[in-house]
Ligand binder design. Structure first.
Ligand code: SAH
Ligand code: SF4
Ligand code: F3S
Length: 419
């Protein structure tokens, strides 16, 4: 085994000129993972570039949440593959400049986990397939591909090494995402996330605080805590034999000296409590934004989606939130066209949007996902109906948002390009 310092020396010599271009296609978790990857490859002596044409290595950090997200990745791979030619396969270019060498292409993130070796079959130009749990080893995999010129497939459900969160690389100068948990245990029937990100794993509160302190010391004073369901956060602190829940974590992180604002994403209604709202109310540094996806205004749909709450419970939460958090800003996600959604169910969602009066809402058309429970159901709402319902809700929400004078700068989760 070559020592890390020796490896860096070797890499510096041989690969100093190798430049990595990385593009993210997914949610905030995905964007944070891209920062992690950039930090790791920089530490190994690679360079970064914003220009894919100038890159030796192109990495796509991918999203599987909807078909649309995947389609964008397949087409991006196609475009990059066209930019270079494999050594020995180039036709003779009489008098013309030789074509550019083939770039190393890596598919990382959720699609990698979802399709595994299927990616190599569908896109033979791809050299590396690396799932979200394996990104801590990305430099090793790049190394391997460069040396062996063989494909690397790395997919697992292990917990990442804690070091990956401490590379200190953040894209923005004044804002950082800090991951509090990986994966999700909720298994909403439409959602691929538990299958691509694995079971829920919590980071230790001490590590979350350490990362926040480092970021703040580096002048990054606005922090967003990230998890698929932040309210389910639990961490056992063995020294004091007690559990830290999400409210405790918020209180602890909010005490980091120099921190200017603290927000969090995403809140699941089934685990959101009055206690959270009290902490939001009582802690000045916490932003008064709540992103709490409702998904549907019909109890029948919520049940079929396995969301674990009713419309009544959601309304109660909203009332409690508005009663406790002065000037709170509320945003949500909605899915239209889930299997079995009737006009009546859709009408109930419209009614909910009108009565809750969200500051903003992200509306998505249902997209069947591999492995999920809902994929076994007939995708029986016709495309035109999904489109009509989507447009109708967008129009309705636009009108509601326009009427509200909102100063909310909440950043919310999910691959949003569809709206
Ligand atoms: N953990 C977060 C984010 C999940 S993905 C949460 O629970 O809210 C972000 C949003 O994408 C979801 O809230 C949902 O509205 C939407 N989404 C997820 N799977 C989908 C699918 N198969 N089709 C359409 N929208 C989907
Ligand atoms: Fe988990 Fe959110 Fe997906 Fe539900 S929608 S399974 S809570 S990531
Ligand atoms: Fe993965 Fe985030 Fe997309 S967890 S599937 S990149 S929404």
């Amino acid at each position: 085994m070559v020592e890390r310092s020796d490896r860096i020396a070797i890499m510096n010599k041989q690969d100093a000129a190798k430049k990595v271009f990385l593009r993210s296609f997914g949610c905030q978790m995905n964007a944070r993972d891209s920062e992690v990857v950039k930090g790791l490859v920089l530490a190994e002596g690679y360079g970064l570039t914003d220009d894919p044409a100038a890159a030796d290595i192109v990495l796509f950090n991918t999203c599987s949440v909807r078909q649309h997200a995947e389609d964008r990745v397949w087409s991006a791979i196609g475009n990059i593959a066209k930019m270079g030619v494999k050594r020995g396969t180039a036709p003779k270019y009489r008098g013309k400049a030789a074509p550019a060498p083939k770039k190393i292409i890596g598919v990382i993130g959720c699609m990698a986990q979802n399709y595994k070796e299927g990616i190599f079959k569908k896109a033979p130009a791809v050299d590396i397939v690396c799932g979200p749990s394996e990104i801590d080893n990305i430099a090793l995999y790049l190394d391997e591909v460069i040396r062996s010129k063989k494909n690397v497939l790395a997919v697992s459900e292990k917990k990442r090494k804690e070091d990956v969160y401490h590379t200190g690389f953040y894209e923005a100068k004044d804002h950082a995402y800090v991951v509090i948990s990986e994966g999700c245990d909720n298994y909403c029937t439409y959602c691929v996330v538990p299958y691509v990100r694995g079971r829920l794993r919590h980071r230790a509160a001490s590590e979350i605080i350490k990362e926040t302190e480092h970021a703040v010391r580096a002048g990054i004073v606005n922090i967003t805590l990230l998890g698929q369901n932040v309210n389910a956060y639990k961490c056992q602190v063995s020294s004091i034999k007690c559990q830290v829940d999400f409210q405790d974590l918020l209180k602890k992180v909010s005490q980091v000296k120099g921190l200017k604002s603290l927000s969090f994403l995403t809140s699941h209604p089934k685990d959101t409590t009055n206690e959270l709202f009290e902490v939001m109310r009582d802690t000045p540094v916490i932003k008064k934004c709540l992103h709490m996806p409702v998904q549907s205004g019909s109890d029948k749909m919520l049940k079929a989606m396995n969301r674990g709450y009713t419309v009544k419970k959601y309304h109660q939460l909203v009332d409690q939130y508005r009663g406790l958090v002065y000037n709170g800003q509320l945003s949500t996600d909605v899915i239209v066209g889930f299997p079995g959604e009737t006009e009546e169910d859709f009408g109930a969602t419209k009614k909910l949007l009108k009565s809750v009066c969200f500051d903003s809402a992200y509306i998505f058309k249902y997209s069947p996902r591999l492995n999920t429970e809902a994929a076994l159901l007939a995708d029986d709402v016709p495309k035109e109906v999904k489109e009509r319902r989507h447009a109708e809700l967008l129009g309705l929400q636009k009108e509601i948002s326009r009427k509200k004078v909102s100063s909310c700068k909440c950043q919310v989760s999910g691959e949003k390009d569809e709206i």
